[in-house]
Design a protein around this ligand. Structure first.
Ligand SMILES: *Cc1c(COP(=O)(O)O)cnc(C)c1O
Length: 438
């Protein structure tokens, strides 16, 4: 099989056809490769740590469907569980036994949900917008705080200085979002707890919640500074605001119990997505019982979903979490990621390319800049032209990285020595090219 992952004749033909009937040819904006140039390869299938393109190339995949594929693609036991569930019917819109098992397992694994409750939805976006509605309903307050470069899905109130695709395309706010929808959204830089303290001082008794990625992943991977999450916790407690960890990306990834387990900080509410669905569309939000009891039908905060907890999604998510609990792959995946990141840093240094690597568990990024990266402004200091060249040349050598500087890389349990070696060999060549290009 070829290793050149750049769009070939078949992908180009498909992209042309797609562009006639789907805006931009894609169903989610970053997939269009706009910020790195070129056209996207279409993916035919995926297995283990590889995606196979429609042009017949096998690529080492660090996108992992943007996070869900922690066990590698098409894990046989997950696929079996989904197939078995499918034979019993695709959706009932009614209570099932498996969703009880799933909710119990989620509540046992995620520290802030122990003794609490969880509600299933169908995407990360739904999880964050529902958690914020709940926080507002519970506190009776309107204002919320989010970080510049933080991405929490595409609900109106959160499309201010948003990361991920919004950052990639330079539209961190969005047309179609009325001023009133974001009037109560207050912004702070990531990793700046004193800015949060200042917002509380400016708006006493008005702030319902802080929503934060405990490890930022949508401005590239940016770790929390020591003490940052602790300070957010104490500020929320002091001011009676709800601390919401958006663990849609970090949940079950940076530790089995997510970032809250890794850093030992317990939020009031937690949003989940990506890995929790094992590759199927699932989101979840949960936390303290006293807050969760405000959700309908127990309480006055409305939230619903026709396909919420549907049997296929639950089967994929439940099996994935069971395998993570049984096989305990986290330490090995993290060690592999550390090895990869060390190799990348070494090879950038050898070539004389300015490169700032970041890593938390199996999330990682590399920014083309000299200084440290602790927030969105730092991340924007990366040389994006260099990034685009790096991305295309790595793709040509069989390495599929997210087509944006403002996305994290993801390692999986299926990435073996050979995959890492291939990546590091390609990287050494590409760093040399970048250095020669100046
Ligand atoms: C991906 C992501 C979301 C949005 O999830 P969707 O399933 O794409 O709606 C929200 N928050 C974070 C931190 C994410 O990484």
């Amino acid at each position: 099989m070829s290793k050149d992952g750049r769009a070939g004749a078949r992908s180009k033909e498909l992209f042309a056809a797609a562009s006639k009937v789907i805006p931009g040819g894609v169903n989610s904006p970053v997939r269009a490769f706009k910020s790195v140039g070129g056209e996207p390869p279409f993916i035919r299938k995926a297995t283990g740590c590889h995606v196979i393109t429609e042009d017949g190339a096998a690529l080492v995949d660090y996108v992992g469907s943007w996070g869900p594929a922690l066990l590698g693609h098409a894990h046989p036991e997950v696929v079996d569980a989904v197939c078995r569930a499918a034979r019993d019917g695709l959706s009932f819109g009614a209570a099932t036994a498996a969703e009880v098992d799933f909710a119990e397992l989620i509540c046992s694994l995620v520290p802030s949900l122990r003794g609490g409750m969880v509600r299933l939805v169908s995407s990360g976006t739904e999880a964050t917008m529902s958690a914020l509605r709940l926080a507002r309903g519970y506190t009776g307050r309107s204002k919320i705080i989010k970080c510049e470069g933080g991405y929490h899905g595409h609900a109106d109130m959160l499309l201010v200085a948003a990361g991920s695709g919004a950052a990639t395309l330079g539209i961190p706010g969005s047309a179609g979002v009325p001023g009133e929808a974001v009037r109560d959204t207050l912004l702070v830089p990531y990793n700046d707890a004193e800015a949060v303290a200042a917002r509380f001082a400016e708006h006493p008794g008005e702030i319902a919640a802080i929503i934060v990625e405990p490890v930022a992943g949508n401005m590239g991977c940016v770790p929390p500074r020591p003490g940052y999450l602790e300070r957010l916790r104490s500020l929320c407690t002091e001011h009676g605001a709800v601390l919401i960890f958006d663990e849609v990306m970090t949940g079950f990834r940076v530790a089995l119990g997510g970032a809250q387990e890794r850093f030992g900080i317990t939020p009031d509410l937690t949003c989940l997505g990506k890995i929790v669905g094992g590759g199927m569309p699932v989101g979840a939000y949960g936390g303290r019982r006293e807050i969760m009891e405000k959700i309908a039908p127990l309480g006055p905060v409305y939230q619903a979903g026709t396909l919420s907890g549907n049997p296929l999604s639950v089967a994929a998510g439940l099996k994935t979490l069971e395998l993570l609990e049984r096989d305990k792959p986290h330490a090995a995946i993290e060690a592999a990621t550390t090895k990869l990141c060390a190799g990348l840093a070494e090879s950038a240094a050898a070539a004389g390319v300015a490169w700032t690597g970041t890593q938390v568990g199996s999330m990682f990024s590399g920014f083309f800049c000299t200084g440290e990266v602790w927030n969105y402004v730092d991340a924007q200091g990366s040389d994006l032209e260099r990034f685009a060249r790096w991305h295309g040349e790595m793709l040509a050598r069989g390495v599929y990285l997210a087509p944006s500087q403002f996305e994290a890389g993801f390692m999986s349990a299926a990435h073996d020595e050979a995959a890492i070696e291939q990546t590091l060999t390609a990287a050494a060549e590409v760093f040399a090219l970048l250095a020669a290009a100046g």
